[in-house]
Design a binder for this molecule. Structure first.
Ligand SMILES: *Cc1c(COP(=O)(O)O)cnc(C)c1O
Length: 470
């Protein structure tokens, strides 16, 4: 049978699709209570994938079974309730379902003619976001893979606009001999900001660093004098402490100086959509560009970031492309707002999640994450030997033991116990355990089970220290 005939047959009989669904359902049913990290055996079994590219084709059903058998056990249950590593959002069922349906559609909303539905949803969600975050009506959105790319796009729009005002078209003339752009940011800027600064040719060594306070917030009085050649990069949600820069004060200052303000709000920008947390982002609407993720706090499936920019012309010009075969329409052509031409229609699950939750649901889900983070903080502080170093203003908790050595050992013990998963970091040169509550799924019981695991880990580490001494 020819390959094409076989493929048609797979579509007709649907077995691989029902199998995939069955595997997916089994996964979903066990994810809340399974091992929080793959077992040694599961990790070893990954070696099954190490083979030469097969010479002959394989039965589709066998490919899927193989993937499920060795792949599923080596996943991390970030969609469960006790994964607090990095800042990994969960995934709402409606997002997964909409994404699954859209997988069959396989749309690429580069241009309206290529995907009217993708184009329409991008236009609608752009408005929703602008209203939800109370941003200026001129704000446009580009739907990208994550905040890394969103930061890059926001800063490239800034680069375009600042140089254009100086009569320098960066697309044509490049950066060699261009007027110098100043980059001002806090010492706790996220690594992806530095990456973007590198890619855009600003040079990390040229950054004018601003000191931060004990929560990681930029000290407003330490900001150098700004001007219209400056990009000031602020943060909504410090990746360790969850702290927010003082936008109200700082953005007003920047505006007076005509500086461009970009806000990295990967997970924290969503505080602006929560009635009781809104004070954290007060004044952020005065910036010129923002980067935010759907896949963290909002709990869309992965691969969902957004760049927002008040200067449509600058964003589009900085990401511009043209070609004889491109069909520009009166409707939205998504590729003009993103670095990619072809990209999957991630807007579909973002739209679905926002429609499903509505304003009230977004508020409730995110505020609940905050309450759970506070619960974690108060429970852990009641256990002798643990300290919380940050003000738990949002969803992040920084935990420390009495010495770096203890913190490090307790962290690996917690990971070994596999009741919950947390990662480590450093905070003002001290080792810390970093807890990020970022999933709709985390219950009060999940938090308590996790703090009990912290307690157990500490007791075991102490015991091993004692035994080593004797
Ligand atoms: C996660 C994160 C990023 C990077 O976002 P991705 O979606 O992983 O690309 C940037 N800044 C902050 C503050 C983050 O937490």
């Amino acid at each position: 049978m020819s390959l094409q005939k076989r493929i048609y047959r797979e579509i007709q009989d649907k077995t691989i699709f029902t199998n995939a669904q069955q595997y997916a359902f089994e996964y979903m049913d066990t994810v809340f209570d399974r091992n929080i990290y793959p077992t040694k055996k599961a990790l070893q079994s990954l070696s099954n994938f190490e083979e030469q590219l097969p010479a002959d084709s394989t039965e589709a059903k066998a490919v899927l079974t193989f993937l499920n058998t060795y792949g599923a056990p080596a996943t991390l249950p970030t969609t469960g309730g006790r994964y607090f590593g990095f800042v990994s959002g969960g995934a709402l069922p409606i997002g997964i379902a909409a994404k699954s349906l859209a997988t069959f559609w396989d749309q690429a909303p580069a241009m309206h003619v290529l995907s009217p539905i993708g184009s329409q949803l991008e236009a609608v969600v752009e408005n929703w976001l602008q209203e939800l975050f109370c941003l200026p009506t001129s704000t446009v959105a580009g739907f990208v893979s994550g905040t890394s790319t969103a930061n890059l796009c926001g800063l490239s729009a800034a680069r375009f606009r600042i140089l254009e005002k100086l009569d320098w078209n960066v697309n044509k003339k490049g950066l060699f001999n261009a007027p110098k752009i100043r980059i001002v940011t806090g010492r706790h800027a996220h690594a992806t900001i530095l990456k973007a600064i590198g890619i855009l040719g600003f040079g990390i060594e040229n950054i004018e660093w601003v000191d931060v306070d004990d929560q990681g917030r930029i000290i407003a009085d330490s900001i150098p004098i700004l001007d219209d050649k400056t990009i000031l990069i602020l943060q909504a949600g410090n990746v360790n402490s969850g702290a927010f820069d003082d936008f109200e004060n700082i953005c007003a200052k920047a505006r007076e100086a005509n500086a461009w303000v970009h806000i990295d709000g990967a997970f924290g920008l969503w505080a602006g959509a929560v009635a009781k947390l809104k004070h954290l982002t007060k004044g952020m609407e005065q910036a010129s560009s923002w980067a935010v993720d759907g896949h963290k706090t909002l709990n869309t499936p992965y691969d969902c970031g957004i760049v927002l920019c008040t200067d449509k012309e600058a964003l589009k010009s900085s990401l511009h492309m043209s070609g004889s075969y491109i069909v520009e329409s009166k409707e939205r052509d998504g590729m003009f707002y993103t670095p990619e031409m072809s990209r999957r229609a991630r807007i579909i699950e973002l739209w679905a999640v926002m429609k499903y939750l509505g304003r009230e649901g977004i508020d409730e889900m995110i505020y609940t994450m905050h309450l759970r983070a506070q619960q974690f903080s108060s429970e852990i502080q009641r256990i002798k030997g643990f300290k919380v170093l940050n003000e738990v203003v949002f969803n992040q908790v920084i935990v420390q033991c009495e010495s770096d050595k203890t913190t490090t050992e307790v962290l690996s013990k917690i990971q070994e116990l596999r009741e919950c998963w947390v990662g480590g970091s450093t905070w003002f040169e001290k080792k810390i355990i970093r807890v990020s509550v970022c999933s709709w799924a985390t219950t009060e019981d999940d938090i308590t089970r996790s703090t009990i695991s912290f307690k157990k880990a500490l007791a075991q580490v102490k015991l091993s220290f004692k035994n080593n001494k004797n």
